[in-house]
Write a protein that binds this ligand. Structure first.
Ligand SMILES: CSC[C@H]1O[C@H](OP(=O)(O)O)[C@H](O)[C@@H]1O
Ligand SMILES: Nc1ncnc2[nH]cnc12
Length: 292
């Protein structure tokens, strides 16, 4: 039975949801190893949700070290259908200011060292990823932000998130290159997560919390961790209010999502040609198709 239909992954600065009630800590093992930390199951607005600190509660994992597959698999194993990511990002546009919020609708992949698929080892699948976030979930998130009228926060709905490898921040030449691509924000984590969520048929959207102007802006210092954390601490209270409001709206009116059937036409390997070992490793994702 589903334990939580809504999952939340908190990024840099958001290691805990203060408003969670009746909390249970779940240490989940997956075929891809352990997740970044225990999943925290709790009630928000009367709805059970699962929270995970992406880098661990003590922020001990680099973006390149994140167990993305285990994190998404663990969410799926709890029955999560909607996944909200909260992430610190640098701004690549003058009008997108530190402390603003962005709900991106596109990603550009500049990672080099990430495993961003559950498939392989005898099962081939190609999911559609033209719209890498669930636009319906993104709309609920944006409506949540707008309904709160947060002082001093401008919401930018839509925009492109560049996902870089890190951990070092970008060079100025890179930052200017991404600006020339008309990208909106930059971070190090969301793209593998979005791909794996889609493969797991979980609707995914991001609340991007702007902490800095990266290193391109002549009137602002180049990004440092101090700057990110100082601004994220200011953002964290607002982010939690937005997540709480989004959870309330989602539980009242859960949107349909194409993500929920993403594998329907994606698997190329005939199901009867998949080895038992591969099937059992991915049973959680494939069972609804294998049952036919
Ligand atoms: C601490 S600054 C860089 C770090 O912050 C962002 O993490 P997250 O997306 O988990 O909030 C960025 O992607 C980097 O991992
Ligand atoms: N400027 C930046 N580049 C990459 N990731 C970030 N996270 C927060 N700010 C960032």
């Amino acid at each position: 039975m589903a334990q939580a239909k809504i999952g939340i992954i908190g990024g840099s600065g958001l290691y805990k949801m203060e408003a969670l009630k009746d909390v249970e800590e779940l240490h989940i093992e997956t075929p891809f190893g352990p997740p970044s930390d225990a999943l925290i199951l709790g009630s928000l607005e009367g709805t059970r949700v699962a929270f995970l600190a992406r880098h661990g509660r003590n922020h001990h994992l680099l973006p390149s070290e994140l167990p993305f597959r285990a994190n998404i698999y663990a969410m799926k194993s709890l029955g999560v259908e909607y996944l909200i990511s909260a992430s610190a990002v640098g701004s690549l546009k003058a009008e997108v200011k530190p402390l603003d919020m962005v709900v991106p609708d596109q990603f550009i992949d500049r990672t080099k060292n990430r495993i961003s698929t559950f498939f392989g080892d005898g099962i081939v699948a190609h999911i559609a990823f033209g719209d890498p976030v669930c636009l319906r979930l993104a709309q609920v998130l944006a409506d949540g932000v707008n309904s709160l009228n947060l002082p001093d926060v401008t919401l930018h709905q839509g925009g492109t998130y560049v996902c870089m490898e890190g951990p070092a921040f970008s060079t100025k030449a890179e930052s200017h290159l991404y600006r020339s691509w008309d990208a909106t924000v930059i971070g190090m984590t969301n793209l593998p997560e979005a791909k794996l969520a889609r493969e797991a048929e979980i609707a995914y959207a991001t609340l991007a919390l702007v902490t800095d102007y990266d290193c391109w802006h002549s009137d602002h210092d180049s990004v440092t961790v101090d700057m990110v954390i100082a601004n994220l601490q200011r953002n964290a209270v607002n982010a939690q209010r937005v997540i709480q409001e989004t959870v309330r709206r989602l539980s009242e009116n859960p949107p349909t999502s194409d993500a929920h059937s993403a594998l329907k036409y994606a698997i190329l390997t005939p199901l009867d040609k998949i080895s038992e070992a591969a099937k059992s490793k991915l049973d959680l994702l494939l069972c609804k198709y294998l049952a036919k």
